[in-house]
Design a protein around this ligand. Structure first.
Ligand code: NAP
Length: 525
């Protein structure tokens, strides 16, 4: 399939603007073919208008119809075959196995949401039956359900060119909720975005969904994204990316004459606490797992463990030796973009320039181009607690090890943490008893707590929470991975004293969809 570089305004391809850009292969530094045309304001307005018109039809499609649509997107992505894999590899420098795995995850995610729609109970149907004879006042018939918010703007991240991009988790959960979407293509992988956009348009046409259910606009300047955020027809934003980008979009959405929710999933440093008993019992296993988790994907994961906290014991010095050796044996890899590589290099230099921070070890350079070299740094808890910059994400394969004098200093560090996507504890039975207060502290700091594991690798399932308090996200009450991500794009509505035939099927007396509902306080089908 030949790429066009066009924008997709609904099902229509559009190339009005004069400003163009090309994708760059990060492994070679060479520009790839195809000029992508930055969308102009009129095209973004038109995509929002089409999304609004389509929404009026799409929101009324049944769960079954929307499920067929999501599955059709998965099928169309599969049909793209090796074309998609090759273009994605060229634009990201990521290896074939990783892209193939991510494509599988993206397709499975679409199918998982389809199964949620077919089952139907996610809509949280509630029914309180009328009691006309109640004294002193009759009780009305009140029923509630979740309804879709309207057109949603979606921003994907560079490090997940499929699973957090055009047909990624944010798009899938918004479409599943019954929202139409306007996607900002990521300028680091615009060809991948175009291929997936074609797959979605094919699925729209094959399953009879309205023109405007999906639009996608290109842009290398922030103006394109901001035009989506400030368009009055857009009713929510799903964002995955950097703190800088997410916060700017959140602020812009809050300042609109009619503010809208922004679900921005941003960076995180994912603290790991290694408690003394576990360190003594499993030093080598922990170090090997830590090195693998920090260096996986050249550290370009939002769940990368960028902070490791230890309490000083007889084992701390040997931990440093083993970890140092492990990082020395690791190798560098190609990073996604020159900006990300520069930010990584600068971030490490800045951190290492602080008095009391030392580079413990770095990996071996492996090849040319935009290399990110694994780095482990070390400092004391005393030093760490004086500088809040130490907690910030350095996007890439690095981690800062912090040793605390004792339990109380370790707990102080935990209390001082801001919001993260994950926190991890390595502990044996004795540690869990002695540090019993740690879990309670960490529950307030992250969306996912892990014991004796590592945070990289996020399972897409019903109970996954990929979120957390600010600054990990702009709304700690939700998740961007897993099926409850759908709730970000709905709101509840009550229907009072409605005749049965006017109620949505999910709320009708006869329960035609046989979904689980809360009827007079009791869950039943
Ligand atoms: P990014 O630079 O923030 O880009 C994300 C998208 O937002 C791009 O389309 C970008 O367009 C746009 N954007 C950024 N700043 C903007 C602004 N001020 N106004 C309007 N649009 C703006 O992020 P990235 O480099 O792709 O991804 C890396 C980051 O994402 C890391 O920090 C990583 O931890 C985080 N991440 C988080 C999660 C999560 O679930 N929490 C998952 C994956 C990645 P332009 O490029 O045109 O500016």
């Amino acid at each position: 399939m030949k790429l066009t570089g066009n924008n997709f305004i609904g099902n229509e391809k559009s190339s009005v603007g004069n400003s163009t850009f090309k994708a760059v292969n990060p492994a070679t530094g060479k520009k790839l073919d195809t000029s992508f045309i930055e969308a102009v304001p009129a095209e973004i307005d038109k995509s929002a208008q089409k999304a609004e018109t389509a929404f009026k039809i799409y929101r009324n499609k049944s769960g079954q119809e929307k499920a067929v649509f999501l599955e059709a997107i998965a099928d169309e992505i599969s049909i793209l075959g090796n074309n998609l894999i090759q273009r994605c590899m060229a634009e990201t420098g990521l290896p074939e196995a990783r892209i193939t795995g991510e494509r599988g995850r993206t397709m499975n995610q679409l199918k998982l949401f389809a199964s949620v729609l077919r089952e139907g109970s996610w809509l949280d149907a509630r029914i309180d039956l009328a009691q006309p004879d109640r004294e002193p006042l009759p009780k009305p018939d009140v029923r509630s359900i979740q309804i879709a918010l309207g057109p949603v703007g979606i921003f994907g991240a560079s490090n997940f060119p499929l699973a957090f991009s055009v047909a990624g988790g944010d798009s899938t959960s918004a479409l599943a909720a019954g929202c139409t979407i306007v996607v900002k293509a990521h300028p680091a992988h615009p060809g991948t975005c175009e291929l997936v956009a074609n797959a979605i348009i094919n699925a729209i046409q094959k399953t009879g969904m309205p023109d405007g259910t999906f639009s996608m606009v290109h842009g290398k300047s922030i103006d394109v994204g901001m035009a989506i955020v400030t368009n009055p027809l857009i009713k929510a934003i799903g964002f995955t990316g950097s703190f800088r980008g997410g916060k700017a979009i959140f602020d812009a959405a809050s300042k609109r004459p009619s503010p809208i929710p922004v679900y921005a999933e941003m960076g995180s440093t994912n603290p790991v606490f290694i408690l003394p008993g576990a360190l003594k019992d499993k030093k080598k296993e922990i170090v090997n797992g830590l090195t693998a988790s920090v260096t996986m994907g050249v550290g370009q994961f939002c769940t990368n463990p960028g902070l490791v906290f230890l309490a000083n014991t007889d084992d701390t010095n040997s931990f440093k030796e083993v970890a140092s050796q492990s990082f020395k044996e690791s190798t560098s890899g190609t990073m996604l973009t020159s900006e990300i590589q520069k930010a990584y290099k600068n971030g490490i230099e800045k951190l290492a320039s602080n008095i009391g921070v030392e580079v413990l070890a770095t990996g071996k350079t492996n090849g040319e181009g935009l290399q990110g070299n694994p780095t482990i740094l070390i400092t004391s808890a005393e030093k760490y607690l004086t500088n809040s910059e130490f907690e910030k994400e350095i996007f890439g394969p690095s981690t800062l090890t912090v040793s605390a004098a004792d339990k109380s200093e370790l707990l102080k560090i935990a209390e001082n943490l801001s919001g993260h996507l994950t926190t991890t504890i390595w502990a044996n039975e004795d540690d869990l008893n002695y540090y019993s207060d740690l879990i309670g502290i960490l529950e307030r700091k992250a969306g996912r707590l892990i014991i004796n594991g590592f945070p990289t690798g996020v399972e897409v399932c019903h109970s996954m929470i990929h979120g957390g308090p600010y600054p990990a996200t702009t709304d700690s009450r939700t998740t961007s991975v897993g099926t409850t991500a759908i709730n970000r794009f709905t709101r509840p509505v009550s229907y009072q004293n409605f005749p049965n035939k006017l109620l949505p099927n999910e709320l009708k007396d006869e329960n035609p969809l046989n979904i689980l509902r809360l009827v007079d306080g009791e869950y039943k089908r």
